[in-house]
Each structure stands twice: as structure tokens, then as C-alpha cells.
Design a protein around this ligand. Structure first.
Ligand SMILES: Cc1cc2nc3c(=O)[nH]c(=O)nc-3n(C[C@H](O)[C@H](O)[C@H](O)COP(=O)(O)OP(=O)(O)OC[C@H]3O[C@@H](n4cnc5c(N)ncnc54)[C@H](O)[C@@H]3O)c2cc1C
Ligand code: SF4
Length: 571
């Protein structure tokens, strides 16, 4: 049996940071990763390519999007090398200083880490991800209309403009967040489509270009402007000697018979060969759903796991709404013209509103949230406008949607029917602006297993109604301010379901096993050398987009793992 110092399962924010840090510390690291690698230019753009771009090994689909329907909420995550970074909207925001406690159904609980603990790790991750702010004042970036429209609506609603590093937690503010996107080479003026100068040649060994404003961040950046994890942490891991096996899906783990580490069983797709490897240290970084699932399935061999396993699921308060058919103010002739927001021009998200919480000193009962100017890919405009296209395109769109439906409906009604309704209504147009809200929901969802060992999720929106009301109120006000019709929730209202792209929890941190599955350093209580480093360790919602916090925590965990290992070597 092959043996490694460390096996890391997953290559998202937790896995990429952990594998590069441990490989650079001289350890023999193997990364097992269920999806494929996506070099620049390889993200599908044809209708047929989209239709097959799902993770569904049972149907021989090994694509990028893993879309799942649970009983009251759907989740979207990525299966590719780099995890969620391949399809995320690039937004990097630090968790708010006063939001490090969690209100799980009326029981406030401090997190075992603070903002101060994470500050150096936030700095380190932002540097490695080469974060930049959208250069809104420089042409041609200044032509992105949705940023200006959202900013002006925020200002009219009392949100003052600030910068990402000067947020005042007590005030209602608007700012441009840092994005993991290269707009400009270091020390140079931002120019779309310029060759990116890399300090370390990326693992794909392919050239990359600066952001071309195509709005395709959520379906994979084909020019390599997005600084996804394959271009930084995973490249560093490989250069430091780590081995990455793609299409390697971990199915089980158990303590090694000699009690020195763990045996990991995985399936190599597409030929389905079963392989086992041994590892002294095992790091689960398979994301909230993946790591919780693996631990739940291994409960019988990992005796004494915390009773908190599977508990504390949060969708990070995600709520998608839309402003439709925006119009200008009345002109001298008393007319209002269509306002072209062109939400497919520019990175998917460019700016955000931040609303304070009662923990920040806002009125009692007020819940904190973020609201962002979302976009959609230009190459999907045909899909969004499908009602106005003749037969052929309609058939193509229907085909894609049917595939999405097939992906989801094995467990009941889903996202697909809502999209269909949305599209046939021809609701999205140049005057439309999707709005993405998120914040401090109540993390009381429970992940479990059904009789076949598949993951289940018991979740209800009810305990978080207060948050959703606040997000809806502000979203509606933004829509009215730009003269638009408000679609309360394109997905939820048509489908009566919620969708989260930010699933968190299930293996929460806690100082004792009664409080959490892992300690404040990501070490599984009662199981030496077993670690979890991903969104599942969050004891509650992050509030803003969570990836930066997941990566910062993983960086902190890695420090401790390296210290622990060095200490043992010296003994
Ligand atoms: C459309 C979209 C937009 C988003 N935008 C933002 C944003 O702008 N900012 C932000 O902060 N967050 C954003 N997110 C959320 C972000 O992607 C996630 O929070 C983040 O990726 C979670 O990191 P992670 O390390 O916990 O897990 P992931 O990044 O999901 O990584 C887990 C990895 O483990 C792999 N894996 C799972 N099971 C197994 C197994 N059994 N064997 C082997 N490998 C396995 C998965 O394939 C995956 O690669 C967005 C998400 C989506 C879907
Ligand atoms: S807008 Fe286009 S080019 Fe820019 S980061 Fe997103 S996908 Fe890449």
C-alpha cells in the first residue's frame, strides 16, 4: 500500500491552502480530488457542453457543477480541481469582527477563534490570491453600468461609500470588495486582455490574460484572469512536491490497523478502479457536504465522534432576488426610458452593501447582512432571452434545462423548473440586475444519512425569517430606486425552495467534543492526526461570502499542524 505523510481530500479553499502549506513545510503530500482539472479555455461554452457539465458519476458525468436538491434547499458546489474557486464570484471579504458568535435557535455561542486570531491569515491569503479591487474609475472598466447604478441606489438608501479596509461596523456602508481577479499586472495600469506575468508558472503551464469583463466567473474563467486556487496555492503545492490525483473520489476512511494514521479508500474515475492509500495525517477538505458525508459514513469505525457531527448547517443566509426592467427617471418630456444595466458586462460581483447587526450596535433584533450587484454570463444571454428566440435556440435551451432538471429531480421539485419559468417569462433583459443577499442566518440545519448512506439535510427557512425580511426589504428598495420591477426571489417564489451557494457547518469547531467535531485548530476530537479544513468547520454563518474565512482558518490550522509535527520530530 502506498503511504504518505499527509493525504488531503479535496482541493477547494481548505484543501488547497493546507496542501501547499504542508508540502512547502517538507511533507510528502497527496491530494485526492474527485473532479477534473480545468486549464484556461477548457470550460464548456456550447449548449451541449453546458448540458453535460454536472457531477453525476452514476450517469458517467464527471463535470464541474455538483447541484443537489435536499428537502427544502438546493446546494451548488464545484467538483473541479480548485473546488468552489473555479465557479465562485471572486469576492473576498473578512468576517466582521463582532460576528464571531452564532445564534443557533436563540442560544448565542462564541466561536473559538476571533477576528484578531485570523488577521495575519487573512493578510497571507489575500496576498497569495493576489486580490485586487475592481478598477471602477479606469476606462474601460468605468463602462460597467451595474456598479454605478447599484452604488447610486445604495447612496439614496443611506449607505455611505467607503473602502474595503475602512469599514465602520456601526454604519450602513457600500464598498468595492477585493476580488481574486487580475485586472492589472503589478505596478502597471489595468488593461483588459494583457498577458499576466506570473511569479511562479502555473501548474497548467498555460498563458493567462487580465480580466476581459465577460461576466463568466460563475461558469469558469476561460482566459485565466480569475486567480482560482489552481493558479496559486495548488501550483505552489505541486512545485513543492505534492502529488495531485484528479478524478479520485474518496469513498471511505478508517484508522490504520497499526494505529499509525488512516487508510483511505478512493475510486479512480472514469474506469472505477478502487485504490487504498495510507496516511500518517489525514485532512478532510471535501467541503461542507463532502467532509460531513465522509465522517457520517465513517462513524462506525471512528468511535466517539462528537454528537455535533452533521449539526449546525447554515446556508449563510443566501437569498437571490432580481430588479427587472429598470427605467430612468422622468425626463423633460415626462418620459422614462429603459435603463441598460448590462449585468453580463464586468465580473459577476463588483460591489456590496453592508448592513450592521445588533452585535455591531444596531437596534435590538436587527440582523446583519450583505447585498451585492450580481451578474450573469454574457454567453448565456441567449438562454436568458430564450422567449424571444425562434425554434432552434428554444430547443437547445430546453435541452440544457431538461438535463439540469434530470440532475435534480431525483429528489423532488427543483431549481430547473424555476429557471424554466424565469426564462419563458422573458424576465431578464438588459435592464435587469440580479441581487445576491447573504448574512447571519440561524445555523440549525442537520445533515444525516438515509438508508442507502446518501446525504440528507433537514433545514427550514423559518428560524431565519427575520434575516430574509431585512434582505428582501433592502433589495426591494434598491430595485425601486433604479425604477425596476422587483422579483422577490426568482428561485424561491417560483419554486418555493431556497438555493445556497455557501453551504457551511456539519463539522463545527468547538473547544470540547460536546461543542464541536473539531477543536479550534481543525483537529477531530478524540482522533489524533485526523483533521477537517473547509467550510464544514464553521460553527455558524460567516455572514459575508465565506471563502476568504475558510482559507484563513485553513492557514491557521496548517500552522498548528506544522508545529505539532515538528515538535514530535524533536521528541
Ligand atoms: C456560483 C458560486 C459563486 C460563489 N461566489 C463566492 C464568492 O464570490 N466569494 C466567496 O467567498 N464564496 C463564493 N462561493 C462559495 C465558495 O465557492 C465556497 O464557500 C468555497 O468554495 C468552500 O470552500 P471549501 O474548501 O469548504 O470547499 P470546496 O471549495 O467546495 O472544495 C471541496 C472540494 O472537495 C472535493 N470533494 C468533495 N467530496 C470529495 C470526495 N469524496 N473525494 C475527493 N474530493 C472530494 C470537491 O470536488 C471540491 O473540489 C460561491 C459558490 C458558488 C457555487
Ligand atoms: S469577468 Fe470574465 S475575464 Fe474577468 S474574471 Fe470573470 S470570467 Fe474571467
Amino acid at each position: 500500500m502506498e503511504a504518505f505523510d499527509v493525504v488531503v481530500v479535496g482541493s477547494g479553499f481548505g484543501g488547497a491552502v493546507t496542501s501547499s502549506r504542508l508540502a512547502e513545510a517538507g511533507m510528502d503530500v497527496l491530494v485526492l480530488k474527485r473532479g477534473a482539472a480545468y486549464p484556461p479555455g477548457s470550460f464548456p461554452r456550447t449548449p451541449h457542453g453546458f448540458a453535460g457539465n454536472f457531477w453525476d458519476p452514476a450517469r458517467r458525468n464527471f463535470g464541474l457543477f455538483d447541484v443537489r436538491a435536499f428537502s427544502h434547499i438546493d446546494t451548488v458546489v464545484s467538483a473541479g480541481l480548485g473546488g468552489g474557486s473555479l465557479i465562485y464570484a471572486d469576492v473576498l471579504i473578512r468576517k466582521d469582527e463582532h460576528w464571531f458568535d452564532t445564534d443557533a435557535a436563540g442560544r448565542p455561542r462564541r466561536w473559538p477563534v476571533t477576528r484578531a486570531d485570523l488577521e495575519p491569515h487573512y493578510d497571507a491569503v489575500e496576498r497569495t490570491l493576489e486580490a485586487q479591487v475592481f478598477p471602477v474609475d479606469v476606462a474601460p472598466y468605468s463602462t460597467v453600468r451595474k456598479t454605478a447604478a447599484f452604488r447610486s441606489a445604495a447612496s439614496a438608501l443611506g449607505y455611505e461609500a467607503t473602502t474595503w479596509d475602512r469599514i465602520d461596523p456601526k454604519r450602513k456602508q457600500w464598498f468595492l470588495p477585493q476580488l481574486a481577479v487580475t485586472f492589472a499586472n503589478e505596478g502597471r495600469r489595468p488593461v483588459p486582455g494583457e498577458r499576466i506575468e506570473e511569479a511562479i508558472r502555473n501548474l497548467h503551464d498555460r498563458d493567462r490574460q487580465t480580466c476581459r469583463l465577460c461576466g463568466e466567473c460563475d461558469i469558469g474563467c476561460n482566459v485565466g484572469a480569475k486567480n482560482s486556487l489552481d493558479y496559486n496555492y495548488l501550483t505552489r503545492a505541486v512545485r513543492a512536491g505534492a502529488e495531485i490525483r484528479t478524478l479520485a473520489e474518496v469513498k471511505g476512511l478508517e484508522p490504520a490497523p497499526d494505529d499509525k494514521g488512516y487508510v483511505v479508500r478512493y475510486v479512480q474515475h472514469p474506469d472505477r478502479t478502487q485504490t487504498i492509500v495510507k496516511s500518517r495525517h489525514l485532512v478532510l477538505a471535501a467541503g461542507t457536504l463532502g467532509s460531513s458525508h465522509l465522517l457520517l459514513r465513517s462513524r462506525h469505525v471512528l468511535k466517539g465522534l462528537s454528537p455535533m457531527l452533521g449539526r449546525g448547517f447554515s446556508g449563510n443566509g443566501d437569498l437571490l432576488t432580481a430588479a427587472l426592467c429598470a427605467r430612468t427617471n422622468t425626463d423633460d418630456h415626462g418620459e422614462r426610458r429603459p435603463l441598460d444595466l448590462d449585468a453580463s458586462h464586468g465580473p459577476v460581483i463588483t460591489s456590496t452593501i453592508r448592513s450592521p447587526d445588533e452585535r455591531d450596535g444596531a437596534e435590538r433584533g436587527v440582523t446583519g447582512f450583505y447585498l451585492q450587484d450580481a451578474g450573469y454570463p454574457a454567453t448565456l444571454s441567449w438562454l436568458l432571452q430564450v422567449g424571444s428566440f425562434p425554434g432552434t435556440l428554444r430547443h437547445v435551451a430546453t435541452f440544457v434545462l431538461q438535463r439540469l432538471r434530470a440532475q435534480l429531480t431525483r429528489r423532488g421539485p427543483s431549481l430547473a423548473s424555476s429557471l424554466e419559468a424565469l426564462l419563458s417569462d422573458d424576465t431578464l433583459s438588459e435592464g435587469s440586475l440580479p441581487l445576491l443577499g447573504m448574512g447571519l442566518d440561524t445555523p440549525d440545519g442537520v445533515l444525516g444519512l438515509d438508508r442507502r448512506g446518501e446525504l440528507t439535510l433537514d433545514w427550514s427557512k423559518k428560524p431565519s425569517d427575520g434575516l430574509y425580511r431585512e434582505v428582501l426589504g433592502t433589495s426591494r428598495a434598491v430595485a425601486e430606486n433604479i425604477g425596476a420591477r422587483f422579483l422577490e426571489d426568482p428561485l424561491t417564489s417560483m419554486l418555493r425552495r431556497f438555493v445556497t451557494v455557501h453551504p457551511l457547518g456539519g463539522c463545527a469547531m468547538g473547544v470540547t467534543p460536546d461543542e464541536g467535531v473539531v477543536d479550534e485548530w481543525g483537529r477531530v476530537h478524540g482522533h489524533p492526526h485526523l483533521h477537517v479544513a473547509d467550510g464544514s468547520v464553521m460553527p455558524g454563518p460567516v455572514g459575508p461570502n465565506p471563502s476568504l474565512t475558510i482559507a484563513a482558518l485553513a492557514n491557521r490550522f496548517a500552522d498548528r499542524m506544522i508545529d505539532d509535527m515538528e515538535e514530535r520530530c524533536h521528541r
